[in-house]
Design a protein around this ligand. Structure first.
Ligand code: ATP
Length: 379
């Protein structure tokens, strides 16, 4: 079992130049009248990958999925599946199944009849149907609910029936549009892991649309971050978080501090940046940054240390005042107002029950960080 999407160590076909892409969006554009919902977008997904499309409402995620399923045709560009151009192939002839957010189960049918429905329509022999349904019930752990009707199930159980129904026909690709949107937080988290196990066990390729970053981070092998019909970055959850390539992506996933400034001086491995108010920080070198260029250093809150005294060995230490403290149990979040006015967010893990260096509102404090604790962004 993989316990986290990003920790499937042996699975990384995107790093293998000889690996054949399974799903290919090749310069795909979709217009609705004058409106461009998807703009010249290229993207590849590999067989057995758990791929997530993440973006704000209206960014074109669902449109992309619907084109893959065959409910919409691209205005321009091609979509290939296993090398075959899908243009003109109707949805029911594609080896693709889509599970919608509002997973409409047939209310008058039992769980097993719901799961069997598509197989019957396909003309599968009755004995095979029984076997397949039993297998599906086992997979989604609903064996003892086979004879119940949807209204006799919880939301999470209904969701699992819908999943079983979607995979019963063994599609090669399962498309999931906000599959867990209707579940409460705790159930959603449990179901995320079940979904990952199911995908692993069946060896399917999953493309899931979500606007929930935690969900994408938990489940996906890779995530495509979308904005206004374009892909901003495609990478593993860890890369998206630790090495975003743009301000947009850095802001979109997790919390981040941005130190804006101009390149003052480049040394062998580091660059000195001067902020608008003259404060200087030293960061790891970024490619192509000439003296005077505008750049930003993006650093996550947990990579910033807060202390009452200036750390003796810190390359970067900026002074300010504690502006806000939020105790969250597992960690404490500090907002520090630097002397130049910028507010910095820093978080500290509460690894022991007693804090060694307690800091509270209005205390003078130092924030410090290493030159390689964040990333330099130029766009
Ligand atoms: N049939 C249509 N006719 C006109 N505009 C459409 C149509 N379908 C989608 N759009 C527009 O295209 C854009 C992208 O829609 P899409 O459903 O792909 O977004 P999304 O990223 O899935 O958003 P959400 O998370 O809200 O579902 C939206 O601005 C939407 O209004």
């Amino acid at each position: 079992m993989k316990s986290l999407g990003s920790i499937r160590r042996d699975f990384a076909p995107w790093n293998d130049p000889s690996a054949k892409p399974y799903i290919q969006f090749d310069k795909v554009t979709k217009k609705f009248g004058d409106f461009t919902a998807v703009n010249n977008l290229s993207l590849t997904v590999f067989e057995r990958e758990f791929f997530a499309l993440l973006g704000a409402s209206g960014c074109g995620k669902s449109t992309l999925l619907r084109m893959l399923a065959g409910f919409e045709e691209p205005t321009a560009g091609r979509i290939l599946l296993d090398g075959q151009d899908l243009r003109g192939i109707p949805p029911y002839k594609r080896p693709v199944n889509m599970m919608f957010q509002s997973y409409a189960l047939f209310p008058h049918m039992t769980v097993e009849k719901n799961i069997a429905f598509g197989l019957k329509q396909e003309g599968m022999p009755a004995a095979d149907i029984d076997k397949r349904v039993a297998e599906m019930l086992r997979l989604v752990k609903l064996e003892q609910f086979a004879k119940r009707k949807p209204h006799q199930l919880s939301g999470g159980q209904r969701q699992r029936v819908a999943l079983a129904r979607s995979v019963a026909k063994r599609p090669k690709v399962l498309l999931l549009d906000e599959p867990l949107g209707a579940l409460d937080k705790k159930l959603r988290e449990e179901t995320q892991f079940e979904l990952m196990d199911l995908q692993q066990e069946l060896g399917l390729t999953f493309v899931v649309v979500t606007h929930d970053q935690e969900e994408a981070m938990t489940m996906a092998d890779r995530i495509a971050i979308m904005d206004k019909g374009e892909v901003m970055q495609v990478a593993t959850p860890a890369e998206i978080y630790e090495a975003p390539t743009s301000r947009f992506v850095a802001h979109f996933v997790g919390n981040v501090n941005m130190f804006e400034g101009k390149v003052a001086e480049r040394a062998a491995n580091t660059t000195r940046i001067t902020g608008a108010t003259g404060a200087q920080i030293v960061v790891e070198n970024a490619a192509e940054t000439a003296n005077g260029a505008d750049i930003v250093f993006a650093i996550r809150p947990e990579k910033i240390k807060v202390s009452s005294k200036k750390p003796a060995d810190a390359v970067n230490a900026l002074e300010g005042e504690i502006y806000d403290v939020a105790y969250l149990g597992d960690m404490t979040v500090y907002h520090i107002k630097l002397d130049d006015g910028q507010i910095v967010r820093a978080s500290a893990l509460n690894a022991s029950r007693v804090t060694e260096d307690p800091l509270t509102w209005n205390d003078r404090a130092w924030v410090s960080f290493r030159p390689d604790a964040g990333v330099v962004l130029t766009r």
